[in-house]
Design a protein around this ligand. Structure first.
Ligand code: PMP
Length: 343
């Protein structure tokens, strides 16, 4: 709202009617340049000598990445295994099972895969590494290594309003999204930064068949927004950091009064207070208090059950980036639960 003019976009009705774009990738070079500039300014990703692919949100990118990497498995008839450490963002599993069931098999917990006893090297494995993680905000690292393990690094939250940025990320295939940078989730715009040319070409081919590239209108909107972000220097990050910090302070103060429920704890090496991630990963402390979701739901607080993230139902994820009113109501209802002794 403070930058409504500089971030506004007006498009005439006659403008941009054809499919045409500058080249086969259907990616605006100006937008690509801006993305590289933004990463250089923030220092959160290496983009020099890397390829960039755009998608309809990172959702489309994640699927394109898994499909592209599965094509590397040419030698065997067995599917490529897909793993992620628990709790993981549930979309990875859902996409693999819905779109790629022939070639990919979601195995779940990365630790189990690493510690399996047969001693065989890991072949044909794709690991999703989400850092910071959804739902618990941890800075995850790859669990399974080796030459035939491909990694998809979901860096959606690797921005300074959520987490410290100790160094630019430089993984083989990194995924980012406007949804978690500026909050424009409905515009559906994400991108990947890729080292390998073959993987890049396969992802471009995927996008072409899937949707003929990202909507040009969306690319224009993303361009205008990223330009406004860059013009403000650290402004948007400072603003978002302060906002997230206030949310977390209020939530932590409320749950600190409960000895039955707790919030995720962050390793102090990452952050002196909390990582200001957009989700609270709430745990019921007592073994017998299994169904965290039901207790919160009875108090009109709707979260997402732990099992959706491959975890236990003692956990619930609460989404924190809502309107001020929603947040006030959430805190109010949590306070009532805590003071009633239910929490
Ligand atoms: N990755 C992570 C870790 C997420 O939390 C989300 C959104 N919840 C996404 C990807 C997908 O976001 P989008 O498709 O809006 O880019």
């Amino acid at each position: 709202m403070q930058h409504s003019t500089s971030s506004a976009l007006v498009v005439s009705g006659w403008h941009r009617k054809s499919y045409n774009y500058n080249d086969d990738t259907k990616i605006s070079k100006q937008l690509e340049g801006l993305i590289r500039k933004l990463h250089a300014f923030v220092g959160n990703a290496v983009t020099r000598n890397r390829y960039i692919v755009l998608g309809a949100g990172s959702t489309q990118i994640l699927n394109a990445a898994a499909s592209a990497l599965s094509l590397e498995n040419t030698s065997s008839h067995s599917p490529t295994r897909v793993i992620a450490s628990v709790p993981y963002y549930s979309l990875y599993k859902e996409q693999v099972e819905y779109f790629n069931a022939e070639r990919l098999e979601f195995e779940g917990e990365a630790y189990t895969w690493r510690n399996r006893s047969d001693g065989r090297p890991s072949t044909n494995v794709i690991e999703f590494v989400t850092s910071p993680n959804n739902p618990d905000g941890r800075l995850n690292k790859a669990i399974v290594g080796g030459p035939s393990v491909k990694t998809i690094s979901d860096r959606a939250y690797y921005w300074p309003h959520f987490t410290p940025i100790p160094a630019p990320a430089d993984e083989d295939l990194m995924v980012f999204t406007l949804s978690k940078l500026t909050g424009h989730a409905g515009s559906r715009f994400g991108w990947a930064v890729i080292k390998d040319e073959t993987v890049f070409n396969r992802m471009v081919a995927h996008m072409d068949l899937n949707s003929m590239g990202v909507s040009r209108d969306t690319q224009l909107r993303a361009f205008k927004l990223l330009k406004a972000v860059l013009e403000e220097g650290t402004g948007i990050f400072d603003f978002a950091y302060r906002t997230m910090k206030t949310i977390w302070e209020r939530l932590a103060a409320t749950l600190a009064l409960s000895n039955r429920f707790s919030l995720q704890k962050f390793n102090p090496q990452y952050c002196s207070f909390y990582s200001k991630i957009t989700y609270a990963w709430v745990k019921r402390e007592r073994e017998e208090d299994k169904d965290c979701y039901a207790v919160l739901k009875a108090a009109n607080i709707i979260g997402r059950q732990g099992n959706i993230f491959g975890s236990e139902d003692r956990y619930v994820r609460l989404s924190l980036v809502r309107s001020q009113d929603d947040l006030d109501i959430l805190i109010h209802r949590l306070r009532e639960l805590v003071s009633a002794g239910t929490m």
